[in-house]
Design a protein around this ligand. Structure first.
Ligand code: PLP
Length: 406
């Protein structure tokens, strides 16, 4: 008889955003007149920069002519894009990452979710708590997480609490950690990490022969000077880290799909080149990203593309500021939002994250994301995103403030 992968049975039944959608649908059914403002899901709303659209239109035309038609793309990406990434995101910033250390893909979700393929299932996985759920769920699927525990969490995962007391930054765990997932600027807390703080992790990984899986999907939102945009700015990181980047939140590619993963050639474990292993994995399981999309991604680095990206990021960061200022003036404790599109809000004492969610939906018609959905340490917090319009963001903040006015 066919047997399924029983690890899937250990996954939480309902994905967080499905539960949110269900509750919103129910509320809308009961209150069809209510105008709901969504500051929940982390999807962008601003249109693509014009330079990106023009490049994709031009590339689509090329595909329609016999002389310029292209079939399968190279699995790791076209040279023109790998070179543009290497030059603009690394070499020009003094970081020695070459094109052959860059693997273009359809998303940081796929890459952070699949990277475990090349590592043994006995490795101990460490994640921040709260955490972007993909890191945990994909390790559950792979059989690396152990059993689901009564109180929540998995028996073999090392959870690193990120609370107000430690500035929402993970501390080196007491248990051994082989695969360490770090995400900065962080989803969901919106916190960035300073150079000295991140160096501690690099030193730990070097000393313990661990790998850091560094998700920098929100790098473009960094505004503070001391914050590294890439883990490879830090000494020794090329020997212990893999970095995931994405055009999704930077350039509005959530629907277009393009990202890349950086694996330095110096990254070697047990005599094996991790760059080669990942290349082998990718060439077996994927057939590249479309030519049209890669030309669009290349245009992100043109002068006009950069301007478009800067404007969009500034727009979202301004929304984040509206949320931060509006809610802190009203007496809420709010975090993040300065180097990130996410604001992490402390819910009023005595309430759970889901109670706050229901109250906010009912009384203010505003949808956010309950912190507990990202892990046990997210309980008592709430994530608001800056991806809506300025008008809706202002309106939502105004409604929240009025709802809780004493
Ligand atoms: N990594 C983090 C931390 C994210 O929050 C997201 C999306 O929300 C992703 C990765 C997914 O990026 P992509 O659209 O490139 O798959």
């Amino acid at each position: 008889m066919l047997k399924i992968n029983e690890n899937f049975a250990k996954l939480p039944a309902n994905y967080l955003f499905v539960e949110i959608a269900d509750r919103v649908k129910k509320f809308s059914g009961q209150h069809p007149e209510a105008e709901i403002i969504r500051l929940g899901i982390g999807d962008v709303t601003r249109p693509l920069p014009k330079a990106v659209v023009d490049a994709m239109v031009q590339a689509a035309r090329e595909m329609g002519e016999a002389e310029t038609f292209r079939g399968y793309a190279p699995e790791a990406g076209y040279d023109f894009l790998r070179k543009a990434i290497s030059r603009n995101d690394f070499q020009n910033r003094g970081i020695d990452i070459g094109p052959e250390e860059i693997f273009v893909s359809d998303g940081a979700k796929s890459d952070t979710g699949s990277i475990g393929d090349i590592f043994d299932t006995d490795n101990a996985v460490a994640v921040c708590d709260p955490v972007y759920p993909v890191y945990v769920d994909t390790n559950v699927m792979a059989g690396r997480a152990g059993e689901f525990l009564q109180g929540g969490g998995f028996s073999k995962i090392v959870y690193m609490p990120c609370r107000k007391e430690n500035g929402f930054l993970p501390e080196i765990p007491a248990q051994r950690a082989d695969m360490i997932y770090l995400c900065f600027p962080n989803n969901p807390t919106g916190m960035g990490i300073g150079r000295a703080e991140l160096q501690k992790w690099v030193d730990y990984a070097l000393k313990n022969k661990s790998v850091i899986l560094y998700d920098a999907a929100y790098e473009a939102f960094i505004t503070e000077k001391d914050m590294p945009h890439s883990i490879f700015e830090l000494s020794g990181a090329e020997k212990c880290a893999i970095e995931f980047r994405s055009f999704s939140k930077t350039a509005g590619f959530t629907g277009v799909r393009c990202a890349y993963t950086v694996i330095p050639k110096a990254l070697v474990f047990q005599g094996a080149s991790i760059n080669k292993l990942w290349g082998r994995r990718q060439s077996t399981k994927m057939n590249g990203v479309s030519y049209v999309v890669q030309r669009g991604a290349e245009a992100v680095y043109s002068e006009e593309g950069r301007r478009g990206v800067r404007e969009n990021i500034a727009y979202y960061l301004n929304n984040a500021r509206i949320i931060l200022n509006g809610l802190s003036d009203a007496g809420f404790s709010v975090y993040g939002g300065v180097n990130s599109p996410y604001v992490w809000l402390k819910v009023p004492d005595g309430m759970t994250s889901w109670e706050f969610f229901d109250l906010l939906l009912e009384k203010a018609g505003v949808v956010g994301t309950p912190g507990s959905g990202f892990g046990a340490c997210g309980e008592g917090y709430f994530r608001l995103t800056s991806f809506n319009s300025k008008e809706n963001t202002e309106k939502a903040v105004d409604r929240i403030v009025k709802t809780f006015a004493k």
